[in-house]
Design a protein. Sequence first.
Length: 247
Amino acid sequence: MRPYSINTSNRTSQAFNVVLVEDDLHLRKEIAEHLKGNGFVVFDVSSASALDDLVTPDLIDLYVLDLNLPGESGLSLSKRIRSTHPFVGIVIITARLGLNDKLASYSHGGADFYLNKPFSPEELVLILQNLGRRVKKIDVEGGWSLSLRDRILLSPDLSHKLRLTGREKTLLVALSQAKDNTLESGYISDLFTNPDVDDFMSKHALEELIARLRRKLKTAQTADAEPAIKSVWGVGYQLCIHINVEY
């Protein structure tokens, strides 16, 4: 890959948060510096496990993933990211030229772009800019909107206005802010527990809360849509819709 020059004339007007996962240290730093020079906020790590340990101050808009990573592959990581964050942009970068790898990245990994090394750094910038604008548009227009003050949840097309209970609002906010939008059952129960007055949420009460909220959300979804909240075996529950929280 040719050297990455800083092209300030191509700087984006809106900052996008990018995670770069690349095990080649030299290449990773070159790509990161080039993206930063073009206005992106970049967090770079060397593996999927390092990504799992990464803590960022803001939500991530875009992921750039090497296909050949140590440990969990880029394909597996892409699939995992897509399942938990359906609206982010994902770019696969790889030296593999096989058609099967490219098709698998799209069909199984859920990638938006498959970029062969060596590639033009300017092309990567343009791809991420276009993806970033799409992601930001979805954030504003395509997600559900939750008003904390009014406890009202609006569907993406604004056709349904759901009034939430205090517990339903608390649960949705907690899930939307959790890593991978997933929380353990015990943690959720603790949110509604007041030990000072011996008020504890039982497992059955939690299941009832989840069931009622699922039914409420279902009324604003299409008939073939997957549940907005799914059970994660051995863990707890995961939020599968994107919610913009308005304070």
